[in-house]
Design a protein around this ligand. Structure first.
Ligand SMILES: NC(=O)c1ccc[n+]([C@@H]2O[C@H](COP(=O)([O-])OP(=O)(O)OC[C@H]3O[C@@H](n4cnc5c(N)ncnc54)[C@H](O)[C@@H]3O)[C@@H](O)[C@H]2O)c1
Ligand SMILES: O=P(O)(O)OC[C@H](O)CO
Length: 364
């Protein structure tokens, strides 16, 4: 396991409680020492005892030697800089699994893509695991589930066989794009939820943002080739519910601080753990623009982060509507807009007939 933060350590426990021997690589030797000697990682998982099958080292080569599967759980924006060191140490033919939920700011790439490029791997060797997985709940052995996804079903199944135990169930799919983007995008909606929570708005506002947020997530992921049903599954809706509903979520917490009036720099300074949504927002919006996907909630989060939108005004797209009414689903909206366009075309044709080609309404 590369990365001994809250999720890497928790996932190591998940694997060990399923019977696997796990070596964690911790960047800081003192963290590795505590895990090895005291079976604790008190910085990240206070009060949690790690099973004897988990050990740790700050020597990357020792952590990777003889590994049968490699899991990676470091902040998304730091992944690339670690791959050069990992590449020559990686045992051949083993699957590499991303546990991360971000996109690379400089390239807009998903973490599985960064792993493939940085480690020179075929896509079939790479998997991602994602779902409603708040680390501290799982570290306390509260039951949950996740999806392991790979373009190779064989790889996904091999990983899922290991990543399971009495409190953790792994499903499989081959929709890597949908599974990965689900984890990225729910973070952005969770920041929005935190903001309205910080402002003091109640459950109607939050339910509206969660529901409309799921539409944004689905439209975006489908535009990039995901299956829509993946976004209704554990890695989409499931994770959205968990992250938006829990004060344990760092993205939700960051949003709440913004909603309470703290500026972006103060929030970043107060966060001691990774809130991926803050760094993923800009690349996600750039990717959305490339595919003409409208993401009003994410755009407003960006404006709050930039200090150009008062947090209490975060939901105008829900409360003001100066356009024609549209359906809830984008496809419905397109149909409605299509009907409107057709109606306008017919009206123009009738108008031309009535006025001999001279419009009565304007200069076009
Ligand atoms: N914590 C959760 O509940 C949870 C659940 C699912 C997925 N994730 C995802 O897992 C990933 C890791 O998150 P986390 O919660 O473990 O974060 P964290 O902040 O708890 O820990 C991050 C770890 O990465 C290390 N690190 C920081 N900068 C580094 C660098 N430049 N090079 C190498 N290591 C570095 C830190 O020392 C730490 O061990 C994120 O993408 C997150 O979205 C987290
Ligand atoms: O603490 P967050 O906001 O990074 O969320 C953690 C997990 O992704 C929840 O599934």
């Amino acid at each position: 396991m590369v990365g001994a933060g809250s999720w890497g350590t928790t996932f190591a426990k998940v694997l060990a409680d399923g019977g696997a021997e796990v070596t964690l690589w911790a960047r800081r030797p003192e963290v590795a020492h505590e895990i090895r000697e005291a079976h604790r990682n008190s910085d990240y998982l206070p009060g949690v005892n790690l099973p004897p099958l988990v050990t740790a080292t700050s020597d990357l080569g020792a952590a990777l030697a003889d590994a049968e599967q490699v899991f990676v759980s470091i902040p998304s924006q730091s992944l690339r800089e670690n791959l050069e060191a990992m590449r020559p140490l990686l045992p051949s033919a083993v699957p590499v699994v991303s546990l991360m939920k971000g996109v690379e700011k400089s390239t807009g790439l998903r973490m599985s893509e960064v792993l493939e490029i940085g480690l020179g791997l075929d896509a079939d060797r790479v998997a991602v695991a994602s779902g409603p997985n708040l680390a501290l709940e799982i570290a306390k052995e509260q039951p949950t589930a996740a999806v392991v996804s790979s373009s190779s079903l064989e790889t996904a199944e091999a990983v899922a066989m290991v990543a399971r135990n009495r409190y953790f169930r792994s499903f499989v799919n081959t929709d890597v794009i949908g599974t990965e983007f689900g984890g990225v995008l729910k973070n952005l909606v969770a920041v929005a939820i935190g903001i309205v929570d910080g402002v003091g708005y109640g459950e109607n506002t939050k339910a509206s943002i969660i529901t409309r947020g799921l539409v944004e997530m689905t439209d975006f992921a489908v535009a990039y080739g995901a299956h829509p049903e993946t976004l209704s599954g554990l890695a989409g809706l499931g994770d959205l519910i968990a992250t938006c509903g829990s004060p344990l979520s760092r993205n939700n917490t960051a949003g709440r601080l913004l909603g309470q009036g703290y500026g972006y720099a103060d929030v970043v300074a107060q966060m001691h753990q990774t809130a991926e949504g803050l760094a993923s927002l800009a690349p996600v919006l750039a990717l959305a623009a490339e595919k003409n996907v409208d993401m009003p909630i994410c755009r407003q989060v960006e404006q709050v982060l930039a200090g150009t939108l008062d947090p209490k005004d975060i939901a105008p797209h829900l409360t003001t509507d100066d356009s024609e009414p549209v359906g809830e689903r984008t496809t419905d909206a397109r149909q409605t807009q299509g009907r409107s366009r057709l109606r306008r075309t017919i009206e123009r044709a009738l108008d031309q007939l009535r006025h001999g080609g001279r419009s009565a309404g304007g200069d076009r």
